[in-house]
Design a protein around this ligand. Structure first.
Ligand SMILES: Nc1nc2c(ncn2[C@@H]2O[C@H](COP(=O)(O)OP(=O)(O)OP(=O)(O)O)[C@@H](O)[C@H]2O)c(=O)[nH]1
Ligand SMILES: [Mg+2]
Length: 161
């Protein structure tokens, strides 16, 4: 969750290894394991209650903050409202107006202990986030090739089958 333009949908695409394309979020989207919410839910009091409900459907809640945001929506210690793990995610870290340390400080003040720094367009930092979210048995995209090679199967070989 996070305000509109914070980069929630773009990060969702990056986590799924998809081509990045702009798509305004108009309603809550359930991808297989990711719940992407519209920024308006975080910005509008009457809609914000929905975020509390969706948080309870998640194992991990990500509070997104773009590094170029001029102010924060997150009040101090807001993570205490939620009995799920809450991680902070700073996006747009290379924006010309990025103030990464300030964004990090805002997320720390909100109560996030683990904070990730990403540029979803280049993919920087996305692997660290995936690693954090990894569950036993998950195979990361970059491990797939190693696994096939260990098993003596090359990617071309597999495709030819
Ligand atoms: N360079 C860069 N651009 C980003 C990054 N994240 C998002 N953007 C751009 O910022 C714009 C808004 O990103 P979205 O992912 O649509 O933002 P959102 O949080 O889903 O916004 P809503 O759906 O309105 O709530 C798009 O043009 C993205 O390409 C990032 O990490 N780096
Ligand atoms: Mg969106």
């Amino acid at each position: 969750m996070g305000r509109s333009e914070a980069g929630k949908t773009t990060l969702t695409q990056a986590l799924k290894g998809e081509k990045i394309r702009y798509e305004k979020t108009q309603y809550v989207n359930y991808f297989d394991v990711i719940i992407d919410t519209p920024g308006e839910y975080a910005q509008t009091a009457s809609l914000s209650h929905a975020l509390a409900l969706y948080a309870y459907e998640a194992d991990v809640v990500g509070l997104l903050l773009a590094a170029n945001e001029p102010y924060t929506l997150y009040p101090p210690c807001i993570t205490n409202m939620c009995n799920r793990e809450v991680v902070g995610i700073v996006t747009k870290i290379h924006d010309p107006n990025a103030r990464v340390e300030r964004a990090e400080a805002w997320l720390r003040r909100a109560g996030c202990r683990d904070i990730f720094f990403v540029d979803s367009k280049t993919g920087e930092g996305v692997a660290a986030l995936l690693e954090h979210l990894r569950e036993p048995g998950d195979v990361m995209p970059w491990e797939k090739q190693d696994e096939l090679e260990t098993a003596g199967i090359s990617e071309e070989h597999k495709e030819a089958e």
